[in-house]
Write a protein that binds this ligand. Sequence first.
Ligand SMILES: *Cc1c(COP(=O)(O)O)cnc(C)c1O
Length: 404
Amino acid sequence: MTLANGRTYLAIPGPSVIPDRVLQAMHRASPNIYEGELIRTTQSIKRDLARLAGTAGEVALYIGNGHGAWEASLSNILSPGDKILVANAGDFAQRWGDIGASFGAEVINIDFGLRAPIDPDRIETELRKDTDHRIRAVMAVQVDTASGVLNDIGAIRAAIDRANHPALLLSDNMASMGCEPFKMDRLGVDMTLAGSQKGLMTPAGIAILWLGPKALEARETAKCVTPYWDWKPRIDPQKFADIFFGTAPTHQIFGLREALDMIDEEGLDAILVRHETLARAIWAAVDCWGQGGPMELNITDPKYRSHSVTTVRVGAPHGTRIRRWVETNMGVTLGIGLGMGTPEDPSADGVFRIGHMGHVNAPMVLGVLGAIDAALKALGIPHGKGAVEAATTLLAGVVAKTAP
Ligand SMILES: *Cc1c(COP(=O)(O)O)cnc(C)c1O
């Protein structure tokens, strides 16, 4: 017997749940790639993506995933011997930095550990030391998908300005675009990165760079740029094929168009409130479980918790046991503990993550919480009672306050 049959739920922090509307928009014959609808649709996507990120800058698209966006971001601004300042609050920024190292950049990695946000003062201190201004870019991740931390990108901008340093500010919004408040131009971000497969609800395959004037200027002297990653033809195409440097990802374009329509219909503000509310329901449940057992949220200060992914500590081997149990018995797949290994628990078996980004609503989140609650009971893991109740109480309260 299994209770998993029925619609399964991939509750990992990317790829996220793909709406039926997006799947259906992709279910069609290949279009003409030289003229007509595809060209217009691609142009409309670039326009709407710029609006979504809050920028009047350029948008460069690639066939690629997040790693592709990372490589694109650095190849267009770096020359061998440049320095980059990597602000790592979890796991992702350091991996991005590794790509810079492979280009011959000197990487200064400031590590803030697995449970805390970036401290802007340490960025300022490091920049002040760089008196000959060799640091080309400060690289930060808005939501680190491993730790579940939400960094304050505006505070990093302020730190760079206080140091009076010309470094570019790069923000990886892979796990937060369309999930967290972000206005690129207002925040003074020079380059923003995302992919199609998380908050944008589309299969992996389109990597996106948003480019401000300082990033475009940096491209003019960069020596690491290669033909595929060069953003110039992509933002200033002579023909449609320049936009993707070859065949366009036709079906991803149709899917992303539909996803952006859905974002427009709901409205970004409403989407952000939905993400925040569902995240708070998850936090309420985890806090409740933690009152009678080993479970706790990885990020203790709610101000620095992501609203798109939650990292939960429960002690090895329970994290992996819970994941296995809910997948087999309930049809819910949770995220593994990523980059969370310690000498005592190298496999990060004590950690799991809940992805709640994009096309996610209350019954989905309540289903995940109910499944975890059942796992705790079935596996005999000590836990506080009433977690799902705590979540429904929170949701009911928010709805009562905001409903017309
Ligand atoms: C998912 C993710 C990436 C990497 O994306 P891939 O598509 O797996 O290459 C990079 N940064 C962040 C913050 C992410 O969440």
